[in-house]
Design a protein. Sequence first.
Length: 64
Amino acid sequence: MTTETHRSTDMNLMNENLARAQMSARLGEAQQSRRGHELARARRLSRKAERAAQQARLALARAL
């Protein structure tokens, strides 16, 4: 192989490695974002459940 072919191959490999690294970074960001959304949703549902429990306790107290 000529020096020119080696350089071309090396550049292609570098571009592929860069593309893989960028894709991996984007995947990591997407997973982190998804975890954040899941955590926010869990907090909302927890607050909603707590409000429902409080309302049930109040209704029970009024009934007594």
